[in-house]
Ligand binder design. Structure first.
Ligand SMILES: Nc1ncnc2c1ncn2[C@@H]1O[C@H](COP(=O)(O)OP(=O)(O)O)[C@@H](O)[C@H]1O
Ligand SMILES: [Mg+2]
Length: 246
């Protein structure tokens, strides 16, 4: 598996408090990675650094086969090279149907020749069908997005991100506010997405993490405390002490 993103020795302070402390991290393509850790460990800040929202005080973040530095790029440039981010609150177009939401996301797809490709309605329709299948909303395609459940809106938003064909998808706490059945569906969806893309998921729910069945990185005080299979990291005494023991 080739490396898609590599972060080395990254530190960030907010008013003298080190939120990220000499953090190193790499993810391959494709790969599914879960990130766990106590509140305030720096998980969201870690994503903010990748997307260019927060600039580190030191360290490097390189991306893609040409190892371009994301630290020199604006947030929109970083999105253009294929980094997509899912925020906690779904931001779908409530008055439009699921199909229209996906179609709009496809139209805005990054890349120079995609506009030509998706203007041909047949290719576009096929892609909408594939996306709907990936997110499990095939039957909901004609429905108004505003009428979907919270979980369904989250899936639609993931579908809209996938429509942009990201290489790296960052998802922060997707299970929050979801029913157990919705959580299960969400793990399936993320696993499907991670067959083609690099997907990083921050989540507290350990059942959710277990179902993802992937490599886990434990963050604590802005650094990697442990990394490996869920069983490996959860048997680490330090991890038990700072996180699971609480
Ligand atoms: N923009 C900011 N300004 C000041 N402090 C921040 C900012 N963003 C995060 N922090 C602090 O950095 C630490 C890490 O926060 P965060 O990355 O949100 O942790 P997590 O997502 O793991 O709960 C926390 O102590 C938080 O209060
Ligand atoms: Mg957070």
């Amino acid at each position: 598996m080739k490396t898609l993103l590599e972060m080395s020795g990254v530190s960030v302070s907010f008013d003298g408090f080190k939120a990220i402390n000499n953090l190193s991290f790499r993810i391959g393509e494709p790969e599914l990675r879960a990130i766990i850790g106590p509140n305030g460990a720096g998980k969201t800040t870690f994503m903010d650094i990748i997307t260019g929202k927060t600039r580190p005080d030191s360290g490097t973040v390189v991306y893609g086969e040409k190892s371009i530095s994301l630290l020199k790029m604006s947030e929109s440039e970083i999105a253009t090279v294929g980094v997509g981010r899912k925020f906690q609150k779904p931001t779908v177009f409530e008055a439009q149907t699921v199909r229209e939401n996906l179609a709009m996301a496809l139209k805005n797809k990054r890349g120079p020749f995609d506009v030509l490709l998706y203007r041909k309605t047949q290719a576009g329709a096929r892609r909408i069908g594939e996306l709907a299948e990936t997110i499990g909303l095939t039957d909901a395609l004609p429905r108004i997005a505003g009428e979907l459940s919270h979980g369904q809106k989250q899936w639609l938003e993931i579908g809209m991100l996938l429509a942009q064909d990201p290489r790296l998808l960052l998802v922060d706490e997707p299970a929050a506010g979801m029913t157990p059945a919705e959580r299960e569906h969400t793990t399936d969806l993320l696993k499907r997405a991670a067959q083609k893309h690099a997907v990083v998921v921050v989540e507290h729910d350990m059942e959710f993490i277990r179902r993802l069945d992937c490599r886990v990185t434990v963050l604590c005080e802005g650094s990697v405390l442990a990394e490996g299979s869920l069983d490996h990291v959860t048997s680490n005494p330090e991890v038990i002490e700072v996180y699971l023991g609480r």
